[in-house]
Write a protein that binds this ligand. Structure first.
Ligand code: NAD
Ligand code: ZN
Length: 358
């Protein structure tokens, strides 16, 4: 069976296009609802200049997303409960404005407002039964590809796994490179390297096909222009935003690999953010992605980035077991990276030894 990939319904791109949000939402507004909910990354909480640009109407409201930790099923459940208690009517839409964490929360809320139970019940592939309410993704930091993917990555009571479904995909994305201008350098780097690694894992994987190659190669080229060449910062932001989108499109029709599998494990136990944990893992994967790991170190040097080390020192054997369990659940990632007989090529011992170097 060929993948019948669901794309975002509508996309607007360009410097300043965020101003079009009001007009875009006007087509979705109804009279019997609790209005629009703008789920905004808490980094903007005191940013009056930005908040005055949110096109709030009568019943609309802003909820600030606490992204200190990455999204959990518990947090999604709590936000959904609050929205349901606020009014008997559903909102007209959820507008997620922020990084991968906020966009994923917006996706998950929009799904869980129409599907019963806990978000944890739907971690997996195609478990969602009913369409979500209208939801919009507006990135304010680029790299994850969450703006275009069919998943919302959540840590739950027992696993870190996305809610993967066609209903998860945004109805609209708004790509305005002006919104990523103020991201601090280090965070910008870690999130962007998520994109770089998406491309590497897609381009070197056994699931590769021309669809994924076309997007992945272009995205990698853009990453190099942003992080290995001098140039105008605004132009680099334009490029980075497209690199993120193309990286997301590349893995959508292939898969990620060893780095993401291990990264899910280590970030679950150490509560590291995805971009940073990917970088920490990737730096140890010479055996799998040698030339790219060499290039990645060059990119780090060029951008004056030093990774933390010794993070797994002092962890218990149970912690290493847990990290290994979480990594191994992600079978498609291993299969993409190592082929159909991947189980013969990787052992729990080998995984644990890699974790011990981080
Ligand atoms: P993030 O959303 O976790 O945000 C990182 C930090 O950047 C936060 O402190 C945030 O407040 C800050 N920030 C965001 N925008 C800013 C701005 N304009 N100016 C200043 N600070 C800003 O970071 P991320 O790397 O974009 O997302 C990581 C999350 O995305 C993880 O939860 C990961 O699991 C998820 N993810 C999802 C997918 C997907 O396909 N759904 C893919 C990859 C990663
Ligand atoms: Zn990623």
């Amino acid at each position: 069976m060929f993948k019948n990939f669901k794309l975002v319904d509508k996309v607007v791109y360009g410097r300043g296009c965020f101003s079009q949000l009001d007009e875009i939402l006007s087509h979705q507004r109804t009279t019997n609802s609790q209005g629009m909910i703008f789920l905004i990354d808490h980094v903007f909480e005191n940013n009056v200049k930005f908040l005055t640009r949110i096109p709030l109407k009568d019943n609309d409201r802003i909820i600030f997303a606490d992204v200190t930790d990455e999204p959990t099923t518990f947090y999604v459940d709590a936000l959904v409960k609050g929205i349901k208690e606020y009014s008997d009517q559903l909102p007209d839409g959820i507008i997620g404005i922020g990084g991968g964490s906020t966009m994923d929360l917006a996706k998950a809320i929009s799904l869980m407002l129409t599907n019963e139970g806990s978000a944890a019940d739907y971690q997996g592939w195609d478990l969602i039964k009913k369409p979500a309410i209208y939801h919009v993704g507006i990135p304010t930091i680029s790299g994850t590809g969450a703006e275009v993917s069919r998943t919302t990555v959540l840590s739950g009571p027992v696993k870190k796994l996305g809610i993967n479904s066609d209903f998860t995909v945004f109805n609209q994305m708004i790509l305005d490179p002006e919104l990523i201008a103020e991201v601090p350098n280090q965070q910008r780097f870690y999130t962007a390297m998520d994109c770089y690694i998406h491309n590497v894992e897609s381009l070197t994987g056994t699931y590769l096909n021309e669809f994924s190659r076309s997007f992945g190669e272009k995205s990698l080229e853009l990453c190099r222009e942003v992080f290995l060449k001098e140039g105008d910062k605004s132009e680099k932001d334009d490029k980075l935003m497209m690199a993120s989108l193309f990286g997301g499109l590349s893995i959508a029709y292939s898969q990620v690999g060893v780095c993401h599998a291990l990264s899910y494990g280590i970030s679950y136990v150490l509560k590291l953010h995805h971009g940073l944990s990917n970088c920490i893992v990737f730096n140890q994967l010479d055996e799998y992605y040698h030339d790219y790991v060499v290039e990645f170190r060059k990119i780090m040097d060029y951008n004056h980035i030093t990774l933390p080390t010794g993070l797994t020192n002092g962890l218990s054997e149970d912690d290493f077991e847990k990290m290994t369990d979480i990594s191994l659940v992600l079978e498609p990632l291993w299969e993409n990276a190592l082929g159909k007989n991947w189980k013969e090529k990787i052992s729990r011992e080998k995984i644990k030894n890699l974790f011990k170097k981080m």
